[in-house]
Design a protein around this ligand. Structure first.
Ligand code: NAP
Length: 305
């Protein structure tokens, strides 16, 4: 059985990856904190999931974990994902998002492990999205700059690699950070009015669908850059309305605003998102309609699945 190291295993994508790959691979679920990764390791049938403490910003830690465990594949879902936080704490952002990836890639080289690294549509400026894999990057903010540099770190490392770019990752998980979907869901459920931007466009991506795309990529031994995203391209306001519709929340609670009214630290790409034709044709990636995804999340959050 092949061995896979999943970094950032307690994060939104990390948790989806643990589900997708368990059973098929021996899993090293690695993160800064014990969290769900440790709990799952304790419950895993046949002991095929192991928890591994790992700070990717520590080169020695990366080296030791890879040399002791010799994974065939490393999926890097660890990152400093706070887009505004990256503007105010650039050192931390660079240390995790760039140095961390350099460390992992250098460790992977000792073992020639395949590295699957997750990146973002924030490497583009949002002038003409959705973007194809070959579009020229031009990040607006420091998070996007750090993720672009992380891609370059993987490209020059002399290892087999795949870079998977996604956008507006959403879903539910155990103790996950707030994502756009969860913010809308919890706010509307408690009757709170929310202001949502009408001018940021994306194809929001369910974490489990991204995880399935990554599984397909590994199964088909594909390398290089792939864009994996949701089926529908829409703005955040319309996304919030679609959530309200499926969950039966009053749509009047959602008020339209524009990005400049938000005064966020980091500039945002306006027309972002990723074109998924390459993933469709080469991987057989086939995301479901948004309505179906939201209905499934509703069933899950209401406890019937
Ligand atoms: N979220 C989005 O909308 C989005 C969009 C496009 C691309 N992406 C990319 O997708 C990937 C997964 O994102 P996500 O939303 O699942 O992120 P997430 O929920 O924030 O999870 C990231 C995980 O990495 C951990 N981590 C942070 N610093 C670390 C370090 N130095 N060493 C090891 N682990 C560390 C975090 O731990 P703590 O929580 O303890 O810090 C967390 O468990 C990231 O590469 C992100 O850039 C995300």
């Amino acid at each position: 059985m092949k061995k896979i190291l999943i970094t950032g295993a307690n994060g939104l994508l990390g948790q989806a990856l643990l589900k997708t790959f368990s059973g098929e691979f021996e899993i090293l679920a690695a993160d800064l904190q014990e969290g769900l990764a440790l709990a799952l390791a304790g419950q895993s049938p046949g002991g095929m999931v192991h928890y591994q403490p790992l700070d990717i910003s520590d080169p020695k830690n990366c080296r030791e974990v890879v040399l002791q465990n010799r994974p065939d594949i490393i999926i890097n879902a660890a990152a400093y994902t706070n887009v505004d936080g990256c503007e105010t704490d650039k050192d931390l952002c660079w240390k995790v998002n760039v140095k961390g990836v350099e460390n992992l890639a250098a460790a992977a080289r000792r073992n020639m492990a395949l590295v699957v690294h997750i990146s973002t549509d924030y490497i583009f400026d949002g002038a003409e999205g959705p973007y194809g894999e070959d579009h020229k990057p031009n990040p607006l903010g420091y998070y996007g700059k750090s993720k672009l540099a992380s891609e370059n770190a993987v490209r020059v490392a002399g290892i087999p690699y795949a870079i998977v770019r996604t956008n507006v990752l959403y879903g539910a998980g155990v103790n996950v950070k707030n994502n756009f979907f969860l913010w809308v869901y919890h706010s509307l459920k408690s009757g709170k009015t929310i202001n949502v931007v009408t001018d940021q466009w994306n194809n929001p991506t369910l974490a489990e669908e991204l995880s399935e795309g990554i599984r397909l990529l590994i199964e088909k031994s594909k390398y290089g850059v792939y864009h994996i995203g949701g089926k529908e391209y829409l703005n955040r306001f319309d996304f919030a309305l679609r959530i309200a519709e499926v969950f039966g929340f009053p749509r009047e609670l959602i008020r339209p605003i524009t990005t400049d009214q938000l005064k966020q630290e980091a500039p945002r790409p306006m027309r972002g998102g990723v074109k998924i034709e390459r993933a469709r044709s080469e991987l057989g990636f086939d995301p479901r309609p948004l309505k179906n995804v939201l209905e499934q999340l509703k069933a899950r959050l209401e406890g019937s699945v």
